[in-house]
Design a protein around this ligand. Sequence first.
Ligand code: UD1
Length: 426
Amino acid sequence: MERFRVTGGARLAGEVRVDGAKNSVLKLMAAALLAEGRTTLTNVPEILDIDFMSALLRRLGCEVEQRPGTVVIDVPAELSHEAPYELVRRLRASICVLGPLVARLGRAKVALPGGDNIGSRALDMHIGGLAKLGATSESEHGYIITEAPKGLTGASVWLDFPSVGATENILMAAVLANGTTVIDNAAREPEIVDLADMLIQMGAKVSGAGTSTIEIEGVPAGSLSPTSHRTVPDRIVAGTWAVAAAMTRGDVTILNANPHHLELPLDKLVTAGADVEWMPDGFRVEMNRRPEAVDIMTLPYPGFPTDLQPAYIALNTVAEGAAMVTENIFEARFMFIDEMVRLGAEIKTDGHHAVIRGRPHLSGAPVRSHDIRAGAGLVLAGLVAEGETIVTDVHHIDRGYADFVAQLNSLGAQVVREPDPDHFHE
Ligand code: UD1
């Protein structure tokens, strides 16, 4: 186990390059299962989650080659239909193999996932959507067993909520279904568009991705072919750097990023007092004064992303004034606030609302990271805390941020990665 030792006070300045989106590439890897042969994905981040997904695909029978920035997946004619618990528990996103496996094999047995500590994450919409396409599912001994022995049939699917994962699973299943599927109230995240783009390159017939209605005309099994695809940039990592620049009153240019995918978060930074310059391959954030508090309400895309909520709470802890942050997506996503309070932040929560009164400075302390984004938020807070902040359980941060410490230091931060001598298993 390792930890980060963050010495506060540095102003971040310089350039940082963002990789492809974790939340996209994991689904693109699953989509590769739909076609026999070699799929190549580029702009792939070097993070643990990619290793976990590669291990799962290998278990299903694929050969997976991981090179810096690239993953090559060779999908055999015969795939296993079973995703076992010891692999799935490390990565909740493993559930996205369910749709492709059912589509290709007519059956799948996938362990119920674990994943982030950010609240119960039900799968009813995944299962309900696949049921509309004719698949039956039951849960047995910690596994979901989904079967469609006669293949899937296109149908209308109305989601209660625009779930990212359910939209992706149903979309991937529907590309090989017999007939047309319409997903209504679909998620509109850029990662959904990225997945649809790759499916289209493979030969699938998908339209409307990026809107609330996605239409998929099924094609016969075997008519999809493998492809090469460049992963969409990671808007959450890009947004994290944007906040780091603003909080430290810095000047950071974020490259290989798409500001169109961050319109609302960047607009909030402008409200906080930052200058944001859009560029063809990224954007620049410059801040010359103490930020002003900004209210945030998380919502499905194009609303404010829940994955950036912890970073904006960090920003508000040192802002001028008070802010209200409302979390609408994951119920336990305020768990890390107790850690922020350990750093001297003044935050009160009531249900899914948090009120933050900004302080001129935080004060360094040992804190624990609960999940990827909370961990990143705590590191940002450490950058503006007096003295040293020790962030433990950084394996969570490693799941989403490639080479975080080296990138922070290249911008002028003082962060050391070191073994955690106090780590113990609870
Ligand atoms: C994905 C992202 C995650 C991001 C989230 C919302 C990945 C690997 N993760 O997660 O980083 O925070 O989108 O942008 O891409 N729900 C149900 N039933 C279901 C499915 C979801 O009740 O069948 C609920 C969840 O518990 C949650 C909400 O819907 O409260 C949103 O979940 P969803 O959009 O599905 O998020 P994920 O795909 O899990």
